[in-house]
Design a protein around this ligand. Sequence first.
Ligand code: SF4
Length: 198
Amino acid sequence: MSQLVYDIRNSRYINLTGRCTLRCQFCPKHNGSTEVHQYQLKLDHQPSAEAIIPLLAPIDQFDEFVFCGYGEPTLNLAPLLTIARHIKQAGGKTRLNTDGLGNLFHRRNILPELAECIDSLSVSLNAQDQTTYERHCRPKLKGSYDAVREFIRLAPNYIESVSVSAIDGLEGVDIDACRRICDDAGVQFKHRRLDVVG
Ligand code: SF4
């Protein structure tokens, strides 16, 4: 098993980038750890689709292929789309774990491209307001909180299965308010606990 893919339960996770649009203070990467479960995930380059596609087989043996990374997968968008199309053509299922800032970063709506090859989206909302978000997630781009809220609002128009998470246990995060935001957007809310990744 390489650092580019790793398995949790019956899903194969694809580590597509080490870069991120956020600098979450709860991120293991900023706390001296580069491991999720026992896997070493630090990447010093953005892998290509050609590097990852040979590591996917046997595609029909996995419940799901999850684009994650120790960073934000949409920052490596072209390989993400190529790999996801390959998985779909082989009959597999795909999920993208994202911070929901792909549209802000790419300065266009990438949801139509994702919709062609991503079956489900898991978006990290993390906070009910901008101040709390900035405190915990320390975004690199201006307007990030508004952008993730807009992404969550738009996503169900393109992708059938959208779940949105917030982490219980972070100071000031109001889980009920996060849940209401999700209810209003018509997406499923996923309540996560601090220190559980993957
Ligand atoms: S979005 Fe994920 S990878 Fe990026 S800084 Fe936050 S916890 Fe770390």
